[in-house]
Design a protein. Sequence first.
Length: 288
Amino acid sequence: MLTRFMSATVLAAALGLTPALAEEIRNPLKDGETWADLRGDVIGDVQIQNGAGLFALDAPYRAHDAAIVPIRITQDAGSDTRITRLTLVVDENPAPVVATFDLDPGIGHLDLETRVRVDQYSNVRAIAETEEGQTYMAGRYVKGAGGCSAPALKDMEASLAAAGKMRMKFFDQAVGAAKVGTVAKASAPAAQSSMRQQAQVMIRHPNYSGMQRNQVTNLFIPAFFIHELEVFQGEERLFRMEGGISISEDPVFRFTYTPNGAETFRVRATDTDGTVYERSFPAAGQAS
């Protein structure tokens, strides 16, 4: 909390940072050389507005593990603007665009979490496009290194054998406790339709970046990752993700949604080998 009341100069002295790095922390959306080179390819020639008041990106300043850095994007409680598309960017990664999300109306007020790789100290950006055609950006400076080339956490043979296995959890958003197949305080249909819920999709997949080495042969492991994901509530799609090498091993996506009364959720993922993984789950409040 103390850093909220420090100037950039005092913060630099307190943390032993250079003035330039302190400026990055104070203003992570400041255009640097890397972003100046990327901007046109990522978003084109459009005006980007500051996302303050619409949404925010949260990430650790210092990554505990650069291969699995948690990222959360939350829309401000007072905003009723519908965000239709979200792009995540890690400026200094070999493939800077982490993922793009096409967000359907059932997502409603945006609250989305995932885990990314950070290859070197970098600004992490979220770029939101709204229904009105406006573009906004929020960001965070993250200190992390080696995330894209870090060895896989699991044995290669076992990881490949388990690829495509899925789990889905539901949460009571107000309480935050996991509710697998049930949601507290929402037994009546009217309560379910008006109550925002939270779900988490977990997919077993090595998501090899192409920069990791086989620990036995020391040869590079070819890139192999989930590049498309769709989540449906009944027949209604909630979102579609198109991802790259910067999504972490065993991808996890946690999101809020508005219940529509459907009895099932369906998750469909496709990897770079063209393999399609698909599974249905009972919706929150349904018997498993």
